[in-house]
Ligand binder design. Structure first.
Ligand code: ADP
Ligand code: MG
Length: 251
C-alpha cells in the first residue's frame, strides 16, 4: 500500500524580475488508499502543489515521496498520474481516443493487440462505448467524455496515486456528479490514493476523508473532512465555508 508524503514543499516562480513563492513549506500525507481534498481560493497555490507532486513543476525545496521513494516525472506505468481541469486541452488533439487511452501501455511496451483489448476494456470501465468512441479525436468529445478518456488513460498507467486538479470545474453541472462518482469508484476499487484539488467543498465532502486548506501558499488547517468542514478551527476555513452558496439561500 502506498503513502504519499509531502514534506516542507516549496514551489517558486521567477516573475517580472522577482520571485513568487506559490507554495511555502507545505507538509501533509495522503495515507494509502485515502482520498485527501486540497481546498483554497483561486491563487492559493493548489495547482502549483499538484503539479509539483506529479513532477511537472520543479520543486524549489522539500520533497514528495511515494512509500519513501522520491516521485520522478515519467510517462510510463506506476508512480503518480494527474487528471487536469481542462480535459479536452489536456489531450493531444491529433490523436484518437484509442491511442490516447492506450498510450501508457504503448510506453510500457505492451503488444498492440493486447493494448487495444485493454484500452477497450478501460473505455467501458470509464463509461464510454469503444465502438462509438475509439476512433474519435478530442474535438469530437464533450468535456465529460474527454475527462473520462483522461481518467482511463491515467488508470492504465496503474498509478499508485492519482492527482486530480479541479477535475469537474470546467464541466457542465449536469455531468459533474458522473465524473465524481467515477473517480470515487475507480480509486476505491483499486485502493488507489487520491489527491483531489477542488474549490468545491461539496465535492470534497463527498469524496474525501481528509481535507487540507491552503491560503497564500501555506496550509491553514488540515484534518478529517467531517471535522474540518463541520467545525473549522481556522478563520480562513470558516470564510471558505461561508462563501459556499446554498440552495436554501433564496433572494
Ligand atoms: P490555484 O491553483 O490555487 O489557483 P496556482 O498554483 O495556480 O493556484 O497559483 C498560485 C500562484 O502562483 C498565483 O499567484 C499564480 O499567479 C502563480 N503562478 C502559477 N503558475 C505560475 C507560473 N507558471 N509562473 C508564474 N506564476 C505562476
Ligand atoms: Mg488551480
Amino acid at each position: 500500500m502506498t503513502d504519499l508524503t509531502i514534506t516542507e514543499l516549496w514551489v517558486r516562480y521567477a516573475v517580472n524580475g522577482g520571485i513568487l513563492d506559490a507554495v511555502q513549506g507545505v507538509s501533509f500525507d495522503v495515507a494509502a488508499g485515502a482520498a485527501v481534498g486540497l481546498v483554497g481560493e483561486s491563487g492559493s497555490g493548489k495547482s502549483s502543489l499538484a503539479r509539483a507532486v506529479v513532477g511537472i513543476t520543479p520543486i524549489a525545496a522539500g520533497s514528495v515521496t511515494v512509500d519513501g521513494r522520491p516521485v520522478v516525472a515519467r510517462p510510463g506505468p506506476g508512480g503518480v498520474q494527474m487528471v487536469f481541469q481542462d480535459p479536452i486541452g489536456s489531450l493531444n488533439p491529433s490523436r484518437r481516443v484509442m491511442d490516447l487511452v492506450s498510450e501508457p501501455l504503448r510506453i510500457a511496451g505492451v503488444p498492440r493487440t493486447l493494448r487495444r483489448e485493454r484500452a477497450a476494456q478501460m473505455l467501458r470501465e470509464v463509461g464510454l462505448d469503444p465502438e462509438t468512441f475509439a476512433r474519435r479525436r478530442p474535438a469530437q468529445l464533450s468535456g465529460g467524455q474527454a475527462q473520462r478518456v483522461a481518467i482511463g488513460r491515467a488508470l492504465l498507467a496503474e498509478p499508485e496515486v492519482l492527482v486530480a486538479d479541479e477535475p469537474v470545474s470546467g464541466l457542465d453541472v449536469s455531468v459533474q456528479a458522473g465524473i465524481i462518482n467515477l473517480l470515487h469508484r475507480v480509486t476505491v476499487e483499486r485502493g488507489m490514493s487520491l489527491l483531489l484539488v477542488s474549490h468545491d467543498l461539496a465535492v470534497v465532502r463527498t469524496l474525501c476523508e481528509a481535507v487540507v486548506v491552503m491560503q497564500h501558499g501555506q496550509v491553514r488547517e488540515q484534518g478529517p473532512a467531517d471535522r474540518v468542514l463541520a467545525a473549522p478551527r481556522h478563520e480562513y476555513t470558516r470564510e471558505l465555508l461561508a462563501a459556499v452558496p446554498t440552495l436554501e439561500a433564496g433572494p
